[in-house]
Write a protein that binds this ligand. Structure first.
Ligand SMILES: [Mn+2]
Length: 312
């Protein structure tokens, strides 16, 4: 991948030692059942991010100034199990460095590795699973590391809360905890699901966000689009509450399956990622020494998506 820093941020802000945030791309698409292409997700996401303005109006912040380290992409694809092992190991390695670790897939099977890492590091973990699909199969197509099994392990050993679900196999009912499942058809007519879901969370929350949770009208670029999904502002409203009331310890975003014609989905994914970071760090005041160091730097000082000569 020719992209050197996340969103083209200055290199000083992209160094691992100073960055509070780590982004791990996982361009994996080994087990998807229908449309292929989630392996192209990270590249499309990073390209859209480069063309996004980095001041967030709503939080009045520039979260990239906390530093975002773009880790090397995880490209292991020998077997689904080998991929999950590497994702688990790398995610855990960066959590241990006290970074806020984020992962961009790739298909949803990568989350088996990310959740396993966070669950080992945070003893009473809630996994907030936002998705059109239940993903609760114990195994599928001969593997327990298939995308259809993304949160089976989490259902067994974390406090799993599922939001946006509108497609599943009848066999998954035996595994699903209905008290902690928010179905899309119920969410559409009653917005009390937000408070109810948050009430059921422990303090430490990991979010695994499958982009097909969104309505295909705003997010067509996913492998298995399902009608009746979440819209933009209700999703942000919910996420903002979760980030405000809980300690979100990390998140992954999966299943961007870009197409060559319509780029709007790539931009939605880029914006979603940046919004989630903005909510996470909105109350953090940047340390003076960082601010001062960067103010001395002419490159950073003039950093803008627009031409440096533009007047304001
Ligand atoms: Mn899904």
């Amino acid at each position: 991948m020719e992209i050197k820093t996340y969103a083209g941020i200055p290199e000083e802000l992209a160094k691992l030692e100073h960055a509070k945030i780590v982004l791990i791309p996982v361009p994996y698409d080994g087990t998807s059942t229908w449309q292929k292409g989630a392996d192209k997700g990270p590249k499309a996401f990073l390209e859209a991010s480069e063309n996004m303005e980095l001041y967030d109006i709503e939080t009045d912040s520039e979260v990239y100034k906390n530093g975002i380290y773009l880790a090397e992409s995880i490209t292991m694809n020998a077997t689904p199990e080998a991929m999950v092992d590497v994702v688990h190991r790398e995610t855990k390695r960066y959590i241990k460095k006290n970074k806020f670790v984020t992962i961009f897939g790739g298909e949803h099977s990568i989350s088996i590795g990310t959740i396993r890492a966070f669950n080992e590091m945070f003893p009473s973990l809630t996994v907030l699973h936002i998705d059109a699909h239940a993903d609760l199969r114990k195994s599928y197509a001969g593997s327990s590391c298939n995308h259809a099994c993304a949160v089976y392990e989490a259902s067994q050993n974390t406090n799993l809360i599922q939001v946006g679900i509108r497609s599943m196999d009848i066999k998954e009912k035996s595994i699903m905890n209905l008290d902690k499942t928010y179905f899309a058809h119920e969410m559409a007519v009653d917005d009390s699901w937000m408070d109810s879901a948050i009430d059921q969370m422990t303090d430490d929350v990991f979010i695994t966000f499958d982009l097909d949770a969104f309505d295909p009208s705003i997010m067509p670029s996913t492998g298995t689009p399902e009608p009746g999904g979440l819209l933009w502002y209700e999703t942000l409203d919910f996420l903002k509450q979760v980030f405000t009331e809980k300690n979100v310890v990390g998140f992954d975003i999966v299943e961007l399956c870009p197409n060559g014609i319509d780029k709007s989905s790539d931009f939605l994914a880029a914006k979603l990622y940046y919004k989630m970071l903005s909510y996470k760090f909105q109350d953090d005041v940047l340390e003076d020494e960082y601010e001062n160091a960067y103010q001395d730097n002419t490159i950073t000082n003039n950093f803008s998506k627009f031409n440096k000569d533009d007047d304001y």
